[in-house]
Design a protein around this ligand. Structure first.
Ligand SMILES: [Fe+2]
Ligand SMILES: [Fe+2]
Length: 281
C-alpha cells in the first residue's frame, strides 16, 4: 500500500509560533501524521518545507524514514523559496543522503516492489498559449513569474535581478514533460508523482471549490496531455500530486489522481492524515 502526503509547509509553523493566540494552531499543524499500518512506501509530493531550513528538512525526513520502509520525495516550489534555484537540489540531496531509504526524484524513476515510480516537480506551463509573449506586450516583464515562484532566486540569470525568470520556469516545465513522455514508455505498473497538477482539468475542476477565480490555470498545472496516456491501462497508471491545496482525489479519463495537502497556515485544517491507495489489481 502507498501513502501520500504533500504541502505540509512546515516552514510556516515557526513564523507564527511566537504569537500566543496561534500557539495551539501551530502545534496542531506542526504534528506530523501517523503512518497507517500497511503503508510500505510513502510519497511526499513537495512543499514539505523550505530547504533553507536544512535542520527542519532533516528532522522531517528522518521521521518518515524511521516510520516507513521507503520514502519517495520530490520538491515543490516552496523548497526553493528565498534560495538560489541552482543550489537547492544539491542541498536537499545532502540531507536525503543521510537516509538509506529516502529517494529524492528529479525527472527520474525508481522501481519498488514491481511498481515504477517517477517523480518530478514538473513546474508550471507558464508559456501555455503564448502567455508570456502576450503578457510581455502588456504589463508583464520577464521578471514576472507566477506568484508562487516569485520568492525564488536564480543567481545564474542575467538581466532579471537574480530573480527566477518566466523563461526558466518554462524550460524546467518542458524538461519535466519530456521526462514524463520517456517514462510512460515503460511497461507495467507506474506512478507519476508531481508537485504541480499534471492536467489542466485538475485545476479547472477545483477552482470553484476554493473560489480561486483570480488564479490562472497556467500557474498551477504542468499541462500534460491526457491523450498521451490513452494507450496505457487505467489499472496500470496512477497520478499523485501536490501544490493545489484541495483535498483527496479525482479521476481524469479513467486514471486515478490523488492529492493530500495539509495546506497553509491560513487555510482551514482538520487533523492531517496520510492518504493511502493501492493499484486496483
Ligand atoms: Fe503548497
Ligand atoms: Fe506548491
Amino acid at each position: 500500500m502507498f501513502g501520500l502526503i504533500s504541502d505540509c509547509h512546515l516552514e510556516e509553523v515557526k513564523y507564527y509560533f511566537s504569537k500566543r493566540n496561534t500557539r495551539k494552531h501551530c502545534e496542531k499543524i506542526a504534528t506530523l501524521p501517523v503512518i497507517p499500518e500497511g503503508v510500505k512506501t510513502l510519497l511526499i509530493g513537495g512543499d514539505l518545507c523550505e530547504a533553507r531550513d536544512t535542520e527542519l528538512l532533516e528532522k522531517t525526513l528522518g521521521y518518515f524514514s524511521n516510520e516507513c520502509e521507503n520514502v519517495i520525495y520530490i520538491d515543490g516550489n516552496h523548497e526553493f523559496w528565498k534560495e538560489d534555484i541552482t543550489k537547492v537540489k544539491a542541498k536537499i540531496q545532502n540531507v536525503v543522503d543521510k537516509f538509506d531509504n529516502v529517494h529524492y526524484l528529479n525527472n527520474n524513476w525508481i522501481e519498488i516492489d514491481g511498481v515504477k515510480i517517477f517523480g518530478t516537480n514538473g513546474w508550471c506551463d507558464y508559456g501555455k498559449d503564448g502567455g508570456v509573449i502576450s503578457e510581455l506586450n502588456n504589463i508583464y516583464t520577464t521578471m514576472k513569474v507566477p506568484a508562487d515562484c516569485r520568492k525564488i532566486k536564480d543567481l545564474s540569470a542575467t538581466g532579471t535581478g537574480c530573480k527566477l525568470s518566466a523563461y526558466k520556469v518554462i524550460s524546467l516545465n518542458k524538461k519535466a514533460k519530456l521526462a514524463v513522455a520517456d517514462f510512460v514508455k515503460e511497461e507495467g505498473k507506474k506512478i507519476i508523482l508531481t508537485h504541480f497538477a499534471p492536467f489542466d482539468k485538475a485545476v479547472y475542476d477545483k477552482l470553484g471549490l476554493f473560489n480561486r477565480n483570480f488564479f490562472d490555470v497556467r500557474f498551477d498545472t504542468i499541462g500534460l496531455d491526457i491523450n498521451d496516456f490513452k494507450d496505457i491501462s487505467t489499472d496500470e497508471l496512477i497520478f499523485a500530486h501536490g501544490h493545489v491545496h484541495c483535498e483527496n482525489g479525482y479521476n481524469v479519463d479513467g486514471f486515478d489522481v490523488y492529492l493530500n495537502p495539509r495546506g497553509t497556515f491560513f487555510e482551514d485544517m482538520d487533523e492531517y492524515k496520510v492518504l493511502t491507495f493501492s493499484f486496483k489489481s
